[in-house]
Design a protein around this ligand. Structure first.
Ligand SMILES: O=C(O)CCC(=O)C(=O)O
Ligand SMILES: [Fe+2]
Length: 402
């Protein structure tokens, strides 16, 4: 046997067990996933982490939000299969958007390092925003081999085997929100996420109220630093996301006597900014949040398209309404400061455009655009579902060729 003394066999092996692809996702794909996360995320599975899973999107009556994931999952699976030579052998075990806020980190680990994670064979992490601009901290490191460090940049993806050839860590987030799309792949069909999603979709779409979002239980949106502590200091994620970009919430009907957060999340709301109230009712806070985040994503396009809208009424808030807004805030944003440190360094484009040129007419135009977007996505899902059921797999059905 010829031993090449210049090469470390462990490092060599590590090399073959990972792949980095630059600009795998387009900026618009990243922005669309960011829009989904910022409108649908819940508390995550680790401290200071927020997540959006596909089953959660279905459960909260937002199956239209699955659409952008479909081609991305398919392309990623193909890449993984091709690189590791296991074509048509893999199943997606989990897909989720995950954001890490200040204080979140993970030490050295492999992704299959728990008995209940042994089915995870390959991992893929897509970076959806930028180290430096959107967050600080949060560098990714491999313990052995090259590259040692990955600087998360929007559109890039790192793919690696989930075993101990790829022990890795993520530095603590210092500031901002670090957003990724994470997928795990398995060789075991019993861990196929698609089968579960298809059955959830079949149940939900039978009796759903179209594409209007429906909140989950309030504890899924309640973030506090110490989840077990008795003093429920913390904040409601939906409320906080609206607050950091300058929106307030008012209940369409007088709910000042009601302090049950779960009930309130289901009630129709109106949006306010400064001393202005927008005269349109949203079916619940999730609906309002989805439209607002859609505006953040699309603000620059709205100018160009110049959609004609009936001038929506903007009213001045009365003193009583202002008082109601602040008492609602004290209920939903108990730890206002924490909410701001977690979510404030939002995408500069969005927060800048919000501050400089927010205009309700443009916003009203976005409501119609969002409805068109949600309807098209939803109908696409409904049309694809029968094909998915037959194949027992979620994939991009091209209707053009049929
Ligand atoms: O977000 C990353 O860069 C990696 C996350 C990670 O290691 C994990 O979730 O297991
Ligand atoms: Fe990991």
């Amino acid at each position: 046997m010829v031993v090449d003394e210049g090469k470390d066999p462990e490092a060599e092996e590590a090399q073959q067990s990972r792949l980095i692809l630059n600009n795998f996702l387009s900026p618009n794909q990243c922005n669309e996933l960011e829009f989904i996360h910022k409108s649908c995320s819940t508390v995550g599975y680790r401290p200071n982490v927020f997540s959006t899973t596909l089953s959660h999107l279905i459960a909260t009556n937002s199956p239209h939000c699955l659409t952008p994931f479909i081609p991305i999952r398919e392309r990623l699976k193909e890449k993984v299969e091709e690189f590791f030579g296991c074509e048509y052998e893999l199943f997606v075990e989990f897909t989720g958007l995950i954001s890490w806020s200040r204080g979140a980190s993970i030490g050295w680990h492999s992704d299959d390092n728990r008995p209940y994670l042994k089915q995870r064979h390959f991992s893929a992490v897509c970076y959806l925003n930028n180290y430096g601009d959107d967050f600080s901290g949060g560098l990714f490191h491999f313990q052995n081999g090259e590259p040692q460090t990955i600087v998360p940049l929007r559109g890039d993806v790192v793919i690696y085997t989930a075993d101990n050839r790829n022990i890795h860590s993520v530095d603590e987030i210092i500031d901002g929100e670090r957003l990724t799309l994470a997928l795990w792949f398995s060789r075991e069909s019993s861990h196929d996420e698609d089968a579960k999603l298809i059955s959830l979709l079949s149940e939900r779409t039978l009796h759903s109220n179209k594409w209007l979002p429906l909140p989950a239980s309030s504890d899924m949106y309640w973030f506090s630093l110490d989840q077990s502590s008795e003093d429920h200091l913390g904040f409601d994620i939906c409320w906080a996301r609206l607050h950091v970009i300058g929106f307030d919430i008012l209940y369409a009907e007088d709910k000042s006597c009601c302090s049950d957060i779960s009930e309130l999340l289901m009630e129709p709301v109106q949006l306010a900014r400064g001393n202005e109230l927008f005269d349109k009712e949203f079916i619940n806070i999730l609906h309002a949040l989805q439209v607002v985040q859609y505006y953040c994503w699309k603000a620059s396009e709205v100018e160009a398209t110049k959609i004609e809208v009936e001038t929506s009424k903007v009213l001045l808030l009365s003193e009583l309404q202002q008082h109601k807004i602040s008492s609602l805030k004290s209920l939903f944003l108990k730890d206002n400061h924490l909410a701001e440190t977690f979510f404030r360094r939002a995408t500069p484009t969005c927060s800048e455009s919000m501050q400089q040129s927010f205009d309700w007419t443009k916003f009203a135009a976005t409501i119609a655009m969002w409805e068109g977007y949600a309807r098209d996505c939803y109908e696409g899902i409904l049309r694809s579902l029968p094909y998915w059921k037959v194949q027992e797999s979620i994939f991009k059905v091209s209707f053009d060729e049929m």
